[in-house]
Design a protein around this ligand. Structure first.
Ligand code: PLP
Length: 388
């Protein structure tokens, strides 16, 4: 049996959600059709919209279903940027941080390369905390030129949290739209669409829903240029036939994961403490990446000096233990983590990383098994690193 400790990459679909999804996929009807079959599908979709809205505390019209976190990030960033420059071509600065997921960094760099965007990457400290004093000063100095601010709620590699309420406070005085990628935070901390946020990205497969479904929550007062036209669905923001079964599965999983977090969040904290103490006891040179900064209760990220994270990952895999070196999107390619580099680590430090992420069914016995094999794996990876 595999000990799966990579729930931040993707986690298991809830069995009841999967069962219902299989049933729903066999129901005929396009939510845009007028006949009874179509209207039944529409009912499923609108029910899901209402349920998800309740979970994240927004208005149901504010939920735009998408194909996942990557699409939601692209839609928010490009959509808000284009809306801004259409009104005022000089309002073309995007503010973000280089610790973001590539689903945020890449569209920003694309806008910079092809669409005339100017980008300001905020400084990040050694724990991965974004410098919000710098944000405040930059906004003061450039208030009329800023198209949007995009900062993630929780970092998918280190688990560090951003003080988004302060970000919104800073932006509010100058009417600057704020987008947050909440994909890694949703289901792990209390995520809600609080007043002042303009847009928020979510993904179903991180909370026990299916892959290929997500949402962008877009404030009723916000305007955003759509990326894909056709059909006028989803408030004309996201054309294309709506995935009613996927939306229902997402909404159910979101509700279940929120309930689990509120009832069992403390247990994950305890498990994480057990894990982090165990790792630092077994390998004193290991460094807990986010240090003392606030973070999610179920993700630990470490650097192991002198080791390649990939070597450790492969060696652990031989023991049937699945972890990650960081983001699933870059794992598999021996590349330094851009997040750790942004946090000021050296190239070597940023390749010697492991991310261990706890899921809703992870047990202490599984963590103990990981801790048991870690010294042997570490010693082998260290030896390989020294002889490489
Ligand atoms: C913070 C963050 N944003 C965006 C994504 C992309 O989401 P999706 O896999 O649904 O496209 C991920 C996935 O790893 C993520 O962790």
């Amino acid at each position: 049996m595999t000990i799966y400790l990579d729930h931040a990459a993707t986690t298991a679909i809830y069995p009841v959600v999967a069962e219902r999804l299989v049933e729903d996929l066999q129901k005929l009807g396009n939510p845009s059709s007028i006949h009874t079959a179509g209207q039944t599908a529409r009912g499923m979709l609108e029910g899901a919209r209402e349920d998800l809205a309740r979970v994240v505390n927004c208005d149901r019209q504010e939920v735009i279903f998408t194909s996942g976190g990557t699409e939601s990030d692209n839609l928010a960033i490009k959509g808000l940027y284009w809306e801004s420059i259409n009104h005022n071509p000089d309002k073309n600065i995007i503010i973000s941080a280089y610790t973001e997921h590539h689903a945020v960094i890449d569209p920003i760099e694309w806008l910079e390369k092809y669409q005339g965007a100017k980008v300001h990457w905020l400084k990040v400290d050694e724990r991965g905390v974004v410098d919000l004093d710098e944000l405040e000063q930059f906004v003061k100095d450039n208030q009329d030129k800023i198209a949007l601010i995009t900062l993630m709620w929780s970092n998918n590699e280190t688990g560090v949290l951003t003080d988004l309420r302060r970000v919104v406070e800073i932006a509010k005085a100058n009417n600057i739209p704020v987008h947050t990628d909440a994909v890694a935070a949703f289901g792990h901390t209390d995520v809600n669409f609080f007043p002042g946020l303009t847009a928020m990205s979510l993904s179903a497969h991180k909370v026990g829903g299916p892959v290929g479904v997500g949402a962008l929550i877009v404030s009723r007062n916000a305007k955003l240029t759509s990326l894909q036209q056709g059909g006028g669905q989803e408030r004309d923001i996201r054309g294309g036939t709506m995935n009613a079964p996927g939306a229902r599965a997402f909404a159910s999983a979101a509700r279940m994961s929120q309930t689990k977090l509120s009832t069992e969040g403390w247990a994950r904290h305890e498990l994480l403490n057990h894990l982090t103490t165990g790792v630092t006891r077994a390998i004193p040179s290991a460094r807990f990446s986010r240090g003392s900064a606030p973070g999610v209760p179920d993700l630990a990220h470490f650097t192991f000096p002198g080791c390649s994270g990939d070597s450790m990952l492969y060696l652990l895999d031989q023991h049937n233990i699945a972890v990650s070196t960081g983001s699933a999107c870059t794992a598999g390619v021996a590349r330094a983590s851009h997040v750790l580099i942004a946090m000021g680590r050296t190239q070597e430090e940023a390749t010697g990383t492991l991310r261990i992420s706890i899921g809703r069914d992870t047990t202490k016995t599984e963590i103990d098994e990981f801790l048991k094999v870690l010294p042997e794996v570490h010693a082998a990876a260290l030896k390989a690193g020294l002889t490489a």
